[in-house]
Design a protein around this ligand. Structure first.
Ligand code: GLN
Length: 181
C-alpha cells in the first residue's frame, strides 16, 4: 500500500491518521508541497474551512493542492468536502473546485450543531456540518441523510459531510484506499 497523506494544517488530522492506519494504510502528515509530492492520495480533514483556506494560501499550498487533485485521489470530510466542492454557499467561498458539488456551510443550523445519526448502513457523526445542495451528473451519491447526499464520489475523489474518522468503522476510509490502487 502506498503512502497516504493527511493535510495537517488545522482540524482533526490525528483522528484521520489513526483511521487510515486502522484501515491498513501508512499515513503521513502533509504541510508542504514537497510532502504532497511524496503521497499517492490525500485526506482533507474537518476543521474550519475558512481557516484552512487562509493557511493554504499562506503556505502557498492552494495551487499545488489543486494540481495534485487533477491527478490523484482526495478524500474530504466536512470542511474538507467544502474545499473540494465547485460551489460554496452561505457565504460564497473560494474552493479547489475538484468535485461537481454545490455545498452550503453550517447548514443544519445552531440547534442541530452536532449529532450522531444512524444512516441505513453506517453511523455518522455530524459537527457543524454542511449540506450538499446539488451534484453534477458525474457524481455518485453513496449515502444520504434527510434526503440530502452525505457521502459522494466523483471519479477519484470522495467527500463526506460527516466524520468517519470518529467512529470505529473504517469502511469509508477503505473505500478511499481502493481509489489508490
Ligand atoms: N463548519 C465548518 C466549516 O464551515 C466545517 C465543520 C467541520 O469540519 N466539522 O468549515
Amino acid at each position: 500500500m502506498r503512502r497516504v497523506g493527511v493535510l495537517a494544517l488545522q482540524g482533526d488530522f490525528e483522528a484521520h491518521k489513526r483511521a487510515l492506519e486502522r484501515a491498513g494504510a501508512a499515513a503521513v502528515e502533509v504541510r508542504s508541497a514537497a510532502e504532497l509530492d511524496a503521497v499517492a492520495g490525500l485526506v482533507l480533514p474537518g476543521g474550519e474551512s475558512t481557516t484552512v483556506l487562509k493557511l493554504l494560501e499562506l503556505e502557498n499550498l492552494f495551487e499545488p493542492l489543486r494540481r495534485f487533485g487533477l491527478e490523484k485521489p482526495i478524500f474530504g470530510t466536512c470542511a474538507g468536502a467544502i474545499l473540494l466542492a465547485k460551489e460554496v454557499l452561505r457565504p460564497a467561498q473560494k474552493s479547489l473546485a475538484l468535485m461537481d458539488v454545490k455545498i452550503e456551510r453550517n447548514a443544519y443550523g445552531r440547534q442541530l450543531d452536532s449529532r450522531v445519526v444512524r444512516l441505513s448502513e453506517l453511523e455518522a457523526v455530524f459537527i457543524r456540518a454542511p449540506i450538499i445542495r446539488g451534484v453534477g451528473p458525474g457524481v455518485r451519491v453513496l449515502a444520504t441523510y434527510l434526503d440530502t447526499p452525505v457521502l459522494v464520489e466523483e471519479g477519484r475523489h470522495l467527500a463526506a459531510t460527516f466524520h468517519p474518522e470518529l467512529t470505529a468503522d473504517v469502511r469509508v476510509h477503505r473505500l478511499f484506499l481502493e481509489k489508490l490502487r
